[in-house]
Design a protein around this ligand. Structure first.
Ligand SMILES: [Zn+2]
Length: 662
């Protein structure tokens, strides 16, 4: 008789091994952290002895589920902002909140909350990617779960690093510290091709190879990611990252929604795994990954929940069901992704996809004891048929709920017994999480109060307080003015030619100013567009003082480079009204009587309002303003236009007045 620490008997044992052995009635013997034996109850009880017999009362005993892709501490951001497009959600909400709140304390709490949910839903291993990954590793190990923890690397500053060199160094330290831990497999997570530079991709791959750890990355999640890379580099995402050495490492590729058959072959050939995230892809409308084709080509595909901000839970039982149903519907074939194969994706095949099938994923002697018990006798799963022994797989995938999971063991240690968590205090965690939610709520409420704070939150806003004297006159003949500009009294410092597309967002709330999204097309002397620049300007206009001919304006301006699309800003700022203005602008910087002025000769194309002469200058004091105001009036007369008709409105006001007159 061989000695075991635990014998779990009186169970339907689904081994999920290569031959999908089922033992009914079966038993599993566990010693230390590993599975000692798996088989028929009779044989196991005959050959093994243990002081701790565990009666499974006829439940399913199977390998714990593997969540192949998540961002575990994001449990603390669950439900924070939903029903948004990926970029608005990520750049407009998640990242600004993360920059403000994500600290070691935050990730520790978020991880514990996530671990509690994992254990309750039968997950024994998860594959993570986030910040302060060493804190996540610590909290996970304390909770007793197994995890692949990937330290995120981004090209811009992140909550745990200002520069990517810093994150790379951190990642290396993290890997060195945790390599060889019984529960934690450290890894590196260059976030995605669009958030990393070539250098980051290469360096990450080299680091992963140096320490023989997995490399975890988001690939081909959305159609626009693929389009952008295609436009810029003339190739799809998979060859793009392959050229940058990614597949020399052991890759865990999250999503792969938009890849073709050739790219699937590349992934298969490289021995890389894919983490399929049906809920996240459905919720963010990213599309349907062609899992059926991937499996047909022998690609290792696991299932992941993605972070709880895009799912919004960590429930792998639900995720399995969705994976199967999405595959059926996407392929138009109800036989696609059958239940057994789906369960394999969440266990044995999932383990292969994340490069740990030598450790876990099936109930096989020698592997770690990562197992769960699931009851099959509740209302939603009754009755049970025995004609087809494989019916048990469809019971699990199509009818079971994660609440049917009663007991969880990881690495030979019980984490849940009879639905009671043994390593975590669930109630305390829920309370602490609620306290955090209060703080985040307050932060967002304050931010949402002003357009300016929202602008600052998406980054790059620079304040420039400028006082300007300006005057605008409707003119008939721009050429005449251009001719006059070349006369002796005026020095032209430079000339520029643009085509400008302005979209003004207006807000009903008092004092919000107007936000202008401007796309400048620079036009060269041959009339060709040579460069396009996007800019965002928040203008709060206040009339300070009126002079004889002009008005002095005091403006507070905040500039930000427009790094997102107009559509992004529209959805993010949610203006009360919007106005488009298109114009051709010839701009001259000139010197007149010792002072610098900007002269814009504008032709309003949309709406078609003719030509305008705009003269303006920066000013710093009242005396200077008065002097420049006088010079502007003089200059306008000099250019052959009567300054009597000078207006001072912005184009948006001119256009609005024109529309109102209509
Ligand atoms: Zn993700």
């Amino acid at each position: 008789m061989k000695k075991a620490d635990w014998i779990l008997h009186n169970a339907t044992v689904l081994t999920m091994d290569e031959d999908y052995h089922i033992y009914n009635t079966g038993a599993v013997a566990v010693k230390d952290d590993s599975i000692l034996a798996v088989g028929n109850e009779e044989e196991i009880l005959r050959d093994y002895q243990s002081e701790q017999l565990f009666d499974c009362k006829g439940k399913i005993l199977m390998p714990g589920l593997i969540n192949a892709h998540t961002h575990i501490p994001m449990t603390l951001l669950r439900g924070l902002a939903d029903d948004l497009r990926l970029d608005v959600w990520l750049m407009g909400y998640m990242m600004p909140v993360e920059r403000e709140f994500v600290t070691p304390e935050f990730v520790r709490l978020g991880t514990k909350l996530g671990c509690a949910e994992c254990i309750r839903t039968g997950v024994t291993t998860f594959v993570d990617m986030y910040y302060f990954e060493s804190e996540i590793a610590k909290a996970t190990a304390e909770a007793g779960l197994r995890a692949i923890c990937s330290q995120s690397i981004l090209k811009f500053s992140s909550p745990d690093a200002t520069y990517y060199e810093e994150s790379l160094a951190k990642a290396e330290d993290f890997i060195k510290t945790w390599k060889g831990h019984p529960l934690i497999i450290p890894s590196i997570g260059p976030h995605a091709p669009y958030t990393c530079t070539d250098e980051i991709l290469r360096a990450s791959s080299e680091l992963a190879q140096k320490y023989d750890v997995p490399l975890h990355i988001h690939l081909a999640e959305t159609a626009s990611e693929v389009e952008n890379i295609r436009d810029e580099y003339g190739m799809p995402v998979i060859p793009f990252v392959k050229k940058r050495g990614i597949f020399d490492a052991k890759v865990i590729a999250a999503h792969c929604v938009h890849i073709d058959e050739g790219e699937m072959r590349t992934i298969q050939h490289a021995g890389a795994g894919i983490a399929h995230n049906p809920s996240s892809n459905l919720k963010l409308a990213s599309g349907f990954a062609n899992v059926t084709k991937m499996l047909e080509l022998d690609v290792h595909v696991g299932i992941g929940t993605d972070g709880t901000a895009s799912n919004n839970d960590l429930d792998m039982v639900e995720e399995m069901r969705l994976a199967s149903m999405v595959a059926k519907c996407a392929s138009g074939d109800p036989t696609a992704l059958p239940a057994r194969q789906t369960l394999a994706m969440a266990t044995s095949l999932g383990a292969k996809a994340v490069h740990i099938d030598h450790i876990t994923g099936s109930l096989v002697p020698g592997k770690r004891a990562d197992l769960i018990l699931m009851g099959m006798d509740r209302l939603h799963n009754s009755p049970t048929f025995h004609r087809d022994p494989e019916g048990v797989y469809s019971q699990i995938v199509y009818a079971a709920k994660s609440t049917d999971i009663s007991d969880v063991m990881v690495n030979g240690q019980w984490l849940m017994r009879d639905r009671e968590l043994l390593t975590l205090d669930e109630e305390a965690l829920i309370k602490e999480a609620q306290d955090y939610a209060k703080k985040i709520d307050a932060f967002l409420i304050e931010r949402e109060e002003s357009v300016l704070s929202k602008l600052i939150a998406v980054g790059g806003a620079m304040e420039e307080e400028s006082f300007e004297v300006q005057s605008k006159v409707h003119i008939q003949d721009p050429d005449m003015i251009i001719d006059t500009l070349s006369k002796d009294d005026i020095d032209i410092i430079y000339t520029r030619h643009y085509h400008e597309y302005d979209t003004y967002f207006s807000f009903e709330k008092e004092g919000e100013g107007r936000l202008r999204y401007r796309e400048d097309e620079f036009i060269d002397k041959h009339g060709e567009v040579v460069n396009v620049r996007g800019r965002l300007t928040l203008v709060g206009v206040t009339r300070e003082e009126t002079f004889d001919h002009d008005v002095m304006l005091s403006r507070s301006r905040y500039y930000a480079p427009a790094s997102h699309t107009l559509r992004f800003y529209r959805e993010y700022f949610d203006p009360d009204s919007e106005l488009d203005i298109e114009k051709d602008r010839q701009r001259f910087k000139i010197n007149y009587k010792g002072e610098d002025f900007y002269i814009n000769i504008d032709t309003l194309i949309n709406p078609d309002l003719g030509h305008f002469l705009e003269v303006k200058s920066r000013t710093w004091s009242r005396d200077d303003a008065e002097n420049k105001s006088r010079l502007i009036a003089e200059l306008i007369e000099y250019l052959g236009v009567s300054s009597e008709k000078a207006e001072t409105q912005d184009y948006i006001e001119i256009v609005e007045n024109y529309r109102n007159e209509d």
